[in-house]
Design a binder for this molecule. Structure first.
Ligand SMILES: *Cc1c(COP(=O)(O)O)cnc(C)c1O
Length: 381
């Protein structure tokens, strides 16, 4: 019975043409990055995000590195990122030799605080990378206005926000270059995969150039390379899965939001359980991971105790990200770890995410919620 099974925190939902397209790729022999699915996936995802140009790459981390390289960011430069993000945002900056600089998040949206961003700008700041955390859109107008005031490039890390909208515009369409991940747990997945989007043809060319070892774009293959490039190519097999995923993107988005609505409904009566701010008419939310904050004084137990209890009851969960200012790797690299990141620390210490697979059943969400109820010793009325 499904209710008794171990409930993983997230599995890919492959409910459409994935197997059909992959077996087509295999049976025709097109398994490298030269097959037709790469372009089909790029075009369909670009259309979905309402952006002109797309460059598929092999994961989301390198998508961010590629975007930074295409914008000529390197040693001596500073790039501002939220402290509350996944490590990839910071590491991609380190790959270029530039320095990541952290900004605390807002306690309600968990997204980068635009006022704190302004305070971190120096003469070395070349770019800012807002991250639409957990699928909730950042305040893109505020961030873009400050950035243009100082001549700073904006790169969206939209790895958690496929299809989210801000003032009716899609995530990934609101910056110079945007970056997506299609890792197994993301709202759309190719297993491993990523993409850069841009409105600008000259950036499109640079992205394609650096992605493919700096082979000249339109010349015959001469094996003469003017710059140091990367092999960040996406395979046709992964792209075949990706095309099928984009065909059902709206369905997956609806499922994720429906699941989040159910969690909010079922957990409403539990005191001491808080959620991230939900979508409103301006800020869309595509609910990547169903995240909650445990307030020990009201809930009676802390986050780690709740996670252990969930595990005993065959339910997997994960802690929210640890802040960038807490990463030994970034300290060793030379980042400034000082400063006030109270909102990030609060989330890292008290937050977790619950099972979030797109096609979860209502009964499974009820089971998770009931388990949380029981642990808090609160009776459902
Ligand atoms: C998942 C994720 C990435 C990296 O994606 P990978 O495909 O795993 O390399 C980057 N940024 C954020 C915010 C993410 O959540």
């Amino acid at each position: 019975m499904i209710e008794d099974k171990f409930l993983p925190v997230c599995e890919p939902s492959l409910l459409g043409n994935e197997a059909k397209y992959v077996s087509d790729a295999v049976s025709t022999g097109w398994i490298s990055s030269s097959g037709k699915y790469v372009q089909a996936f790029e075009t369909s995802f670009a259309n979905y995000c309402k952006v002109e140009y797309a460059v598929g790459v092999c994961n989301g981390t390198v998508a961010i590195h590629l975007a930074l390289r295409a914008l000529d960011i390197g040693p001596g430069d500073e790039v501002i990122i939220p402290s509350f993000t996944m490590i990839s945002t910071a590491f991609a900056i380190c790959y270029t030799g530039a320095m990541p600089v952290f900004v605390d998040c807002l306690p309600d949206t968990w997204n980068m605080d635009p006022d704190a961003f302004r305070k971190k700008i120096t003469s070395k700041t070349k770019a800012v990378i807002p991250v639409h955390i957990m699928g909730l859109m950042c305040d893109m107008d505020a961030i873009s206005n400050i950035a243009s005031e100082y001549g700073i490039k904006v790169i969206e890390d939209a790895a958690e926000a496929h299809g989210a909208e801000y003032k009716g515009k899609r995530s990934g369409s609101l910056s110079e270059i945007s970056c997506f991940s299609f890792f197994a747990n993301k709202n759309l997945s190719t297993g491993e995969g990523g993409m850069c989007l841009t409105h600008k043809p000259e950036l499109f060319d640079k992205l394609r150039y650096f992605k493919n070892l700096c082979f000249p774009l339109d010349a015959a293959r001469e094996y003469i390379h003017q710059d140091i490039g990367f092999n960040y190519r996406l395979s046709n097999l992964h792209a075949a899965v990706g095309l099928a995923q984009v065909e059902k993107a709206d369905e997956y988005k609806k499922m994720r939001s429906h699941n989040n609505m159910l969690y909010r409904k079922f957990l409403k009566e539990v005191s001491g359980i808080q959620f991230q701010k939900d979508s409103d008419s301006i800020y869309g939310h595509v609910h990547w991971m169903n995240s909650i904050i445990v307030d020990k004084t009201k809930f009676g137990k802390n986050r780690d105790e709740l996670m252990a209890y969930l595990k005993e009851n065959q339910i997997d969960s994960r802690k929210l990200f640890a802040g960038m200012h807490r990463q030994p790797s970034l300290k060793k690299y030379g980042c400034d770890m000082s400063g006030d990141y109270a909102a990030t620390d609060f989330l890292s210490e008290n937050g977790l995410y619950l099972p979030s697979t797109s096609n979860l059943k209502e009964a499974q969400i009820a089971r998770v919620s009931d388990t949380i109820f029981n642990f808090a010793n609160i009776k459902v009325s």
